[in-house]
Design a protein around this ligand. Structure first.
Ligand code: NDP
Ligand code: HEM
Length: 504
């Protein structure tokens, strides 16, 4: 609750006390206004600069600070100090988001949710920039901008386009797994605390002996899954577009701290090739999971969110999560999407926030930062050592530490543009998911899909139905039946409308 406090003197940004923040300086009581009232100019000019560009994706978000606690020993997999002992606590920041909507979008819309975590470890920031789903729509970074264009507004109508979405998805069957999750009950969590998070990509861990393991990160809600149907979500949105912000903010203010269990799946480095031969799935394909039966979840710890930001703009809007932020003991994998993201995020941050975005308090590591990047706009907080401004130097500038070099990767192969989409099996994993659904879940999935396909040209619908058929004939048949029912309902509704118009 806001408390009444004794005020300080209002000053200019240059620190001089101000006589008035209410009345413009004018010639006579009715004006005009003098240019010398530079504090008015200053105030208006500042307002014009209050926004930074919204994120090109994941623009609507909600965030809070928290604490990661390690409860199990995983030092056999990783030398990262964040995991060095059971009981270890690390401060962190989380930001959840929807993907497609702009900053003013309603929270309870059907969409994938972003699940970004920044751990302020003693060896630098480690960011997990994942989603609430373990897979993604596409597996090659070339396809990401096109996919996102289908989720955003049509250039002519300035409206979202179901035709564009289904055109793209039906031409990219690797999207089927993610589309099935998105259109399932899990597609609209009631608030950020009621969903899981996944690092989604395969990353790597390496231990003190230089052994590498491929790893998937999982964060499972301790609050339990709770989701809205489309109809429930519509009612929520009619009342409030900010339902996630309200829920997350108030649960933390009231001390009901949301928590997630942190697990990993681990694949020894040399097993990836063997597993691909056995299953036909690449361990580095973002449209596939590693089934738990093959790679069980291993507990690492848990995190809770326990502090709201004081300034949403400074701490959440200007937060910068980078999949490229890893620390010694955690590394990347050859996943092509991940490799594309390693470039994209810091580039987005330099554009969206500014050259020195990492110096902002929310992004600043809690460990020492020493580097030779210099100058640029507002290089505040950069350490200056006037004589050691280049490297190597003899004047005490920071020096490298070869002991944190990760073990070498075993990459080899012929350079080329490889298309895995043609041959890969895009149907078995959605089938495994479909088979987990009970009759009610299946029926809601069919209705949601049929609703989402409204107005889409029939040839595109047919192309997509053929993919559903390949997952399971019952999947295709269910969506066909839901589409037919919708057509009957629409015909009935227009009949009722024309009857009542005729009766008037
Ligand atoms: P399991 O039976 O061991 O696990 C099923 C998983 O599905 C659980 O993680 C469960 O999450 C999750 N789940 C249940 N309903 C949904 C839904 N509507 N949308 C998304 N996830 C859901 O099976 P397998 O590991 O063999 O995987 C079978 C299928 O489950 C996969 O093809 C994939 O579609 C899905 N899945 C698998 C995951 C994995 O990492 N193996 C992760 C998430 C989904 P929870 O435990 O929180 O209820
Ligand atoms: C945000 C690019 C794939 C999760 C962003 C942003 C960009 C971007 C430019 C805005 C960053 C900012 O301004 O702060 C890409 C590219 C991808 C890709 C090029 C593929 C090649 C993915 C995948 C996931 C994901 C696969 C999840 C597994 C997120 C999340 C955010 C985000 C959670 C919001 C981060 C935040 O909370 O600030 N992405 N993305 N993205 N992306 Fe991606």
């Amino acid at each position: 609750m806001a408390e009444e406090r004794k005020p300080k003197t209002l000053t200019t940004t240059a620190g001089a006390p101000l006589s008035s923040n209410q009345n413009a300086k004018t010639v006579g009581p009715r004006g005009p206004v003098l240019l010398e009232d530079y504090q008015l100019i200053e105030k208006l000019a500042h307002q014009n600069r209050e926004r930074v560009p919204e994120r090109v994706v994941h623009a609507k978000g909600w965030g809070a600070y928290g604490t990661l606690t390690v409860t199990e020993d995983i030092t056999r997999y990783s030398r990262a100090k964040v995991f060095s002992e059971v009981g270890k606590k690390t401060e962190m920041l989380a930001r959840f988001s929807t993907v497609a909507g702009e900053q003013g979008a309603a929270d309870a819309e059907r969409d994938v949710r972003g699940f970004s975590l920044k751990f302020y470890t003693e060896e630098g920031n480690w960011d997990v920039v994942g989603n609430n789903t373990p897979v993604f729509f596409v597996a090659d970074p070339y396809k990401f901008p096109d996919f996102i264009h289908t989720q955003k507004r049509h250039p002519r109508t300035n409206l979202r386009s179901a035709t564009a979405m289904w055109d793209f998805w039906s031409l990219c069957p690797e999207s089927l797994h993610q589309v099935t999750i998105l259109m399932s009950d899990r597609g609209i969590p009631v608030d950020p605390s009621r969903m899981n998070g996944y690092g989604s990509h395969t990353f790597s861990l390496w231990n003190a002996n230089g052994e590498r393991f491929w790893v998937k990160f999982h964060f499972k809600t301790q609050q339990g899954h709770k989701t809205f149907t489309n109809e429930e979500a519509e009612k929520v949105i009619a009342k409030s577009r900010e339902s996630y912000q309200e829920a997350l903010y108030s649960m933390i203010e009231e001390g009901r701290f949301p928590k997630w269990d942190f697990f990993i799946q681990v694949m020894p480095e040399l097993e990836a090739e063997e597993w691909e031969k056995k299953t036909g799935w690449s361990a580095f394909d973002l449209t596939k999971v590693w089934p738990h039966g093959d790679y069980p979840l291993i507990k690492v710890g848990e995190f809770e969110l326990n502090k709201n930001p004081d300034n949403y703009f400074a701490e959440i809007e200007q937060s910068a999560f980078n999949p490229s932020n890893v620390v010694p003991g955690i590394g990347f994998s050859p996943d092509k999407m991940l490799q594309g993201r390693l470039f994209s995020y810091p580039d987005a941050h330099r554009y969206r926030i500014g050259t020195h975005y990492e110096s902002l308090p929310v992004n600043k590591p809690r460990s020492p930062v020493n580097h030779y990047n210099r100058d640029g706009t507002m290089p505040f907080g950069l350490l200056t050592n006037p004589d050691a401004y280049y490297e190597p130097n003899s004047f005490g500038g920071p020096v490298e530490d070869p002991s944190v070099e990760e073990p070498p990767h075993r990459y080899a192969g012929q350079v080329g543009r490889y298309d895995h989409r043609g041959q890969a099996d895009h149907y078995s994993q959605p089938r495994a998911l479909f088979n987990l659904f009970d009759e009610g879940q299946k029926s809601r999935l069919f209705d949601t899909l049929a609703g989402a396909m409204q107005g889409v040209p029939q040839f595109i619908v047919d192309r997509q139905l053929a993919h559903f058929d390949k997952v399971d004939p019952a999947y295709g048949a269910g969506v066909r039946e839901a589409l037919a029912k919708q057509t009957r309902d629409d015909a009935q509704a227009s009949l009722t409308t024309s009857h009542s118009v005729a009766a008037e």
